[in-house]
Design a protein around this ligand. Structure first.
Ligand SMILES: NC(=O)c1ccc[n+]([C@@H]2O[C@H](COP(=O)([O-])OP(=O)(O)OC[C@H]3O[C@@H](n4cnc5c(N)ncnc54)[C@H](O)[C@@H]3O)[C@@H](O)[C@H]2O)c1
Length: 307
């Protein structure tokens, strides 16, 4: 089967998802769409001109309706926050975009990957608008936060981030939950690792949560890490890799959570994110996850009330 991937919204993030996907070799066809048609055309041309340097893949523009023929559609449409507005303003605008795209994708047979922020709320909005089953509307969620945490831990411990097993769950945002109790290196709990001090944990958690702000302060937006994260997720979906990734989806009872989209470790394969794992947590982590779920439910309720 030819693997077809659509990307809706090819701004900084969509373009980075596109180039990472091309390098990964996971797609045979890459279809781009943007409200700004010229932008999508320009990106498609620019990416196609480099075809010599990535595994064979045909790049072109497509309508959202055409994307119903893809196996995976990435939603990176919408915008980032502006300094002069509330989070709710951004939420309302991007929720409108996600709702429209969701309605157009009703009956879609593939998986939707939501990247636009606030990603968890938009996953729920798009799941509801499309009527697709929760396992087929995934958000990149805390996969990016998990990648940041592993990079920062690897740097501190002088180890490859591949050898550090730690994860971030819950909201992709201020209420994210770092699972320190389950973090380990080579089978050794992180908290027993020589030189590790529990006193470092809060500061490191804040560093992970503020990582995007630090980048945005310097370059105005983030795009490369999220591009790589999304390409990995696409590869798992297209090849049925069954990797356990911290992605966001509407939860249906894992750890007692319902009526909320947030990230938990999830097996990602051809059917989307079907099986959600229930990691062992200490009481403080469990309470923090419940708090994160409440924050997200309240955010969703605020747009439902605002229309
Ligand atoms: N989930 C994450 O970890 C993560 C990381 C970085 C950025 N983001 C989010 O990704 C989104 C995109 O960020 P960006 O930096 O690429 O923004 P951008 O402004 O550079 O690009 C957004 C693009 O979306 C297009 N667009 C808007 N409405 C559309 C619609 N209805 N249909 C099709 N295209 C539409 C715009 O024309 C624009 O080209 C933002 O919401 C941002 O906050 C998420």
């Amino acid at each position: 089967m030819r693997h077809k991937v659509g990307i809706i919204g090819v701004g900084s993030v969509g373009a980075s998802v596109a180039i990472s996907t091309l390098h990964s070799g996971a797609a045979d066809e890459l279809w781009l769409h943007d409200l700004d048609g010229a932008r999508a055309e320009g990106e498609a041309m620019d990416l196609a001109h480099g075809a010599w340097f990535y595994p064979a893949c045909k790049v072109r523009t497509a309508s959202v309706e055409e994307m119903r023929n893809a196996q995976v559609v990435v939603v990176a449409a919408g915008r980032g926050g502006r300094p002069d507005e509330t989070r709710l303003d951004l939420l309302r605008d991007n929720a409108r975009v996600a709702r429209d795209i969701g309605r157009t994708l009703a009956g879609f047979a593939g998986t939707v990957v939501v990247v636009s922020n606030p990603v968890d709320v938009l996953v729920r909005v798009l799941t509801e608008a499309s009527g697709l089953p929760p396992q087929r509307v995934l958000g990149t969620g805390t996969l990016l936060d998990t990648s940041r945490l592993r990079q920062m831990l690897g740097h501190r411990l002088h180890l490859s981030s591949n050898s550090v097993h730690a994860q971030v769950l819950g909201e992709h945002g201020d209420s994210s939950v770092l699972l320190w109790s389950g973090a380990e290196v080579g089978g050794v709990p992180l908290r027993s690792w020589p030189g590790w001090r529990r006193g470092q944990e809060d500061a490191l958690a804040q560093q992970v949560r503020k990582a995007a702000y630090e980048v945005i302060q310097r370059k105005g937006f983030t795009n490369h890490a999220i591009g790589l994260v999304t390409a990995r997720l696409l590869r798992c979906l297209l090849r049925g890799e069954q990797q356990v990734l911290t992605v966001s989806r509407v939860q249906q009872g894992a750890l007692g959570l319902r009526d909320v989209a947030l990230s938990l470790p999830t097996v990602v394969g051809r059917q989307g994110g079907l099986h959600v794992a229930e990691p062992v947590m200490d009481d403080a982590e469990r309470a923090a996850l419940e708090h994160s779920a409440q924050v997200l439910r309240a955010a969703h309720a605020s747009i439902a009330a605002g229309g």
